[in-house]
Design a protein around this ligand. Sequence first.
Ligand SMILES: Nc1nc2c(ncn2[C@@H]2O[C@H](COP(=O)(O)OP(=O)(O)OP(=O)(O)O)[C@@H](O)[C@H]2O)c(=O)[nH]1
Ligand SMILES: [Mg+2]
Length: 256
Amino acid sequence: MEGVFLYFTGCAGSGKSTLTQSFKVWMDKMGYNATTINLDPGVERIPYPADIDVRDWFTLSDIMEEYGLGPNGAQIVAADMIALRAGEIRELVNEMESDYCLVDTPGQMELFTFRECSKIIIKTLNEEKSVIVFLFDPMLSTTPSNFVSQILLGSTTQFRFYIPTINVLSKIDLLEEEQLEQILNWSKNPDALYDALVIETPDMKGELSVELFRAFENLGTYKELIPISSEEMTGLEDLYSMVQQIFAGGEDLASD
Ligand SMILES: Nc1nc2c(ncn2[C@@H]2O[C@H](COP(=O)(O)OP(=O)(O)OP(=O)(O)O)[C@@H](O)[C@H]2O)c(=O)[nH]1
Ligand SMILES: [Mg+2]
């Protein structure tokens, strides 16, 4: 298998950079050849040595200073500047001849999810061999309503790119065993999520329908979470297997 791009995305602080690091360490150990790419110009410190790093071209503070912008405006300019470098990034990736490219995306998720620049990056690097790894932050997943919000965010990301998406529950070492089981059960069973949601928000019962979750399930955006702890290096093999399954299994890549 050659040149598969994994785009790690998810809410701010969900563990994208740490998973980029732990998955790289795991891949090195297994003898798989992986390149790391940092697309976040605003990050101060990343926990892995980036083979390709947008900060070698510009940083958020450079842009803020040069254009007299605040951090949010500068992130938007930065996103466009990254898109302009897409060809250059592709050349660097080609030189490395890696089997896998682990792409760490900016903390402000909406920049990657909603801006056109990320589509340009994905298209330029290799749209056919790209997968989104969407991280569910465990602290934003412990109540049914929070969990639903994460599903909706993940679905939005999947709709934007329409490439295969893997949903990951990160930092599971921070969860009690019972909480972990509950969240994983919600990710497998729309009826269980619906029942839990009705108990949490009884006033919404009239408006809620389990059919909503079934619709997401049919679309392939509601899917079983892969539990991972970068801290304890667990679940990484399952992530790898899922990537293999997507690209080697000849499935409908956009739906599951
Ligand atoms: N216990 C535990 N902490 C983790 C794990 N993964 C990440 N963290 C911690 O969670 C915090 C955020 O992790 P990052 O990897 O920086 O998250 P991120 O999504 O890249 O953050 P932004 O880029 O700022 O959005 C850090 O303090 C990490 O040490 C994990 O598996 N277990
Ligand atoms: Mg990060």
